[in-house]
Write a protein that binds this ligand. Structure first.
Ligand SMILES: Nc1ncnc2c1ncn2[C@@H]1O[C@H](COP(=O)(O)OP(=O)(O)O)[C@@H](O)[C@H]1O
Ligand SMILES: [Mg+2]
Length: 310
């Protein structure tokens, strides 16, 4: 398995200094929808997540960034009710909570859209929109699916989110990846989600399609949802995000409000100051004889300088 079993080499970044978030006067009156306090997760003796503190506020987008294996999915699985934290405290609407199942989380308004969407490609868009929560009409033996209502509502809801589908009868498999993500987001909004968790919704998408999804993230935010947006792309996160957390080997490298971090800093954090330091060390050991090596070393030193001047 991966690097989380190792002792972190970048432990020095994980201290109170990095938690530059102050009491948030603007939203202090409005308590967070979800808050994590020193939350950790162990799978057996693998520590997938440790000491994570963050909040999800209504009408804000909280971005969680990090490379593969950083712990992003583990983090959202805890909030989504798929896994339980083994350390720390999670509060939902102010109450200390541990979910037993995703259904528990959903009942408290926490909806999750996974990258590999659970859609049935050959089923029409409207069927997928209502999958598992079909509307019915009639009663007793006369009860049947209210197809017309479902079609009408699906079309209307998608339209309100800015997706104008001529025909909600078309199989969802005919939509682009971005549109499918949008259908899932519109669905969560319709079913009353307060918190919307998106696990790498743009990872498999091209630039244009990613743009489409980013627009829906803004729509969800404007409708007052608290969005948790997982991505490894700072250029996707920065334009839509209000708060940013970079994870690395299960630890937070910092949790910042947008005013406190530039996109360059965010990118540098993602690129991994610690890794660059290691590289610089290795280069020094190699002797740094050639001009080329010296140049690389200088570049690394410069990036390090930049990522630490905060
Ligand atoms: N169910 C599990 N059992 C054991 N280890 C796990 C499990 N899920 C994730 N991990 C480990 O936890 C770490 C973080 O994984 P994950 O949260 O999926 O990262 P990310 O989503 O950032 O790629 C990885 O080292 C992974 O191998
Ligand atoms: Mg993941």
């Amino acid at each position: 398995m991966s690097a989380t079993t190792h002792e972190p080499v970048d432990g020095h970044t994980d201290d109170a200094a990095e938690r530059s978030q102050e009491p948030d006067s603007a939203s202090a009156a409005q308590s967070p929808l979800v808050s994590l306090e020193s939350v950790g997760k162990r799978y057996g003796n693998i520590i997938a997540l440790r000491d994570i503190t963050m909040d999800v506020h209504a009408g804000q987008v909280t971005c969680v960034l990090g490379d593969n294996g950083a712990g992003k999915s583990t983090l959202i699985k805890i909030i989504a009710g798929l896994h339980q934290h083994t350390e720390g405290v999670m509060r939902v609407h102010g109450e200390e909570t541990t979910f037993d199942s995703p259904r528990d989380a959903l009942e408290l308004g926490i909806a999750t859209v996974y990258q590999d969407l659970a859609v049935v490609p050959l089923m029409p868009v409207w069927r997928n929109f209502f999958l598992g929560s079909e509307l019915t009409t009639g009663w007793g033996p006369l009860k049947r699916l209210d197809v017309n209502a479902m079609k009408r509502i699906a079309k209307q809801e998608l339209f309100e989110m800015g997706i104008d589908l001529r025909d909600v009868d078309q199989p969802i498999g005919t939509l682009s990846g971005g549109e499918r993500q949008c259908v899932a987001i519109a669905r969560a909004v319709y079913f009353g989600a307060k918190v919307l968790i998106l696990d790498e919704p743009t990872a498999a998408l091209g630039v244009k399609q990613s743009g489409v999804v980013l627009r829906y993230i803004m729509q969800a935010k404007q409708r007052g949802l608290g969005v948790v947006f997982i991505t490894h792309n700072p250029h996707h996160a920065y334009p839509v995000g209000d708060r940013f957390m970079v994870l690395k080997r299960g630890r937070s490298l910092g949790y910042h409000r947008k005013e406190k971090i530039s996109i360059d800093d965010l990118t540098a954090q993602m690129a991994g100051g610690a890794e660059l330091q290691e590289l610089s060390h290795e280069l020094a050991q190699l002797g740094g004889h050639t001009a080329e090596l010296k140049q690389v070393e200088a570049d690394v030193a410069e990036s390090l300088g930049r990522s630490t001047t905060r």
